[in-house]
Ligand binder design. Structure first.
Ligand code: F6R
Length: 364
């Protein structure tokens, strides 16, 4: 049941400290701060290129993983939407690694892409939340996301557990390729082990996010901006908002702003900015300045330092805990989920069963 919570979605959002911790426990050794991947039926050290294929929210988890694997393992990664990949019939050199991400493990397009990759000599690894699912059974190896059953149609805890497992996988790949030093592995492992507690801190700010949501419920359009791994989090935030509140939302890589979407900015368009303090902070902060100068109502998600450094006058801001930039996307997923949730509640939509959507898309 929903327990004390009004909706399954809210219950599942609040389960995240626990389920992220469960996902971490499958691979993270807290004592020596290392990752142990399960034994795989192929040699990770021999992998030269990686493809990640998924749909919807799972695709955005894969989009974060592209940044991680490129950075930590220095392997080239392509991310594809399953329905585009399968009909493009792309050429593939043998011995690549293809990773499939699916909460349900039954998504038709993702399954078809898996079958295509197997026929084309790829090693196949799936990340699923349902262990006995078709995608898990048909791939050479499966990693479990350990989120427990997800009832709300809008994916929340499945997403953050996918990210958690993908971060561990990227670390394991970094060790296999030799690109990641033992010190760097230990640092990221420490940050990962602290992430459930940091998520719990953000959940305690639920009321503040509800207040921010009141100012967004009346909007017709909302823009989300982010850079680096903040970009897929912006995409996920926009998807969450449109799915459950029916407000039109779009996400852009912050650097794309001046290539078109800045024309949309006026004082009726809330602009949600994902901006942790990292090496790209200044770039995104200057985009915020451009939005504010055009009357845009910026909602700024950053940390204390990032908010203090910002000179632009934003409409509202929220300081999340400071974390290692590598793990920041896991943390910044939380406020965009809560924001979408509270906007939907303010609008009175059916949060757990949004119109026109099915939990598992087994037909294309
Ligand atoms: C969004 C959402 C969908 C799913 C997508 C893929 O909240 O739930 O976008 O992420 O349908 O589903 P799975 O992960 O089951 O393959």
């Amino acid at each position: 049941g929903k327990g004390e919570h009004r909706h399954f979605m809210l219950k599942e959002i609040f389960e995240q400290p626990e389920v992220v911790s469960n996902a971490l426990n499958t691979m993270l050794n807290p004592a020596d701060r290392t990752i142990t991947l399960p034994r795989l039926p192929f040699d990770l050290a021999a992998v030269k290129r990686v493809r990640i294929i998924a749909c919807g929210t799972s695709f955005y988890a894969g989009s974060v993983a592209k940044y991680w694997i490129e950075k930590l393992a220095r392997l080239p990664v392509e991310v594809d939407i399953a329905s585009e990949f399968r009909y493009r019939c792309p050429p593939m050199e043998a011995d690549g690694l293809a990773i499939f991400i699916s909460q349900s493990g039954e998504t038709a397009d993702t399954l078809a892409a898996l079958r295509y990759c197997r026929e084309h000599g790829q090693h196949t690894l799936s990340l699923v939340n349902v262990p006995e699912s078709t995608i898990a059974r048909e791939s050479e190896a499966a990693l479990l996301t350990m989120a427990g059953p997800e009832i709300g149609v809008a994916s929340t805890k499945a997403f953050t557990t996918q990210l958690t497992v993908l971060a561990c996988l990227a670390i394991g790949m970094g060790r296999a390729t030799g690109a990641l030093s033992a010190e760097a592995e230990a640092d990221i492992c420490r940050s990962l082990s602290e992430i459930p507690a940091r998520i719990a801190e953000v959940l305690r700010r639920d009321d503040d996010i509800r207040v921010i949501a009141q100012g967004i419920a009346e909007a017709r359009d909302v823009l989300y901006l982010g850079r680096g791994t903040g970009y897929p989090i912006a995409l996920e935030g926009a998807l969450k908002l449109k799915e459950i509140s029916y407000i039109h939302a779009e996400a852009y890589a912050a650097g794309e702003l001046k290539h078109g979407p800045i024309a949309l900015i006026d004082d009726s368009v809330p602009v949600i900015v994902i901006c942790p303090t990292d090496e790209l902070y200044e770039k995104t902060a200057s985009n915020v300045q451009e939005v504010v100068a055009r009357g845009g109502r910026v909602v700024f998600f950053s940390d204390r330092e990032g908010i203090d450094r910002l000179s632009a006058k934003v409409f509202s801001s929220m300081a999340l805990p400071s974390v290692d930039p590598v793990v920041a996307p896991i943390l910044y997923a939380i406020p965009v989920q809560l924001l979408a949730y509270h906007v939907a509640v303010a609008k009175g939509t059916d949060v757990d069963q949004p119109r026109n959507l099915a939990k598992s898309v087994t037909v294309e």
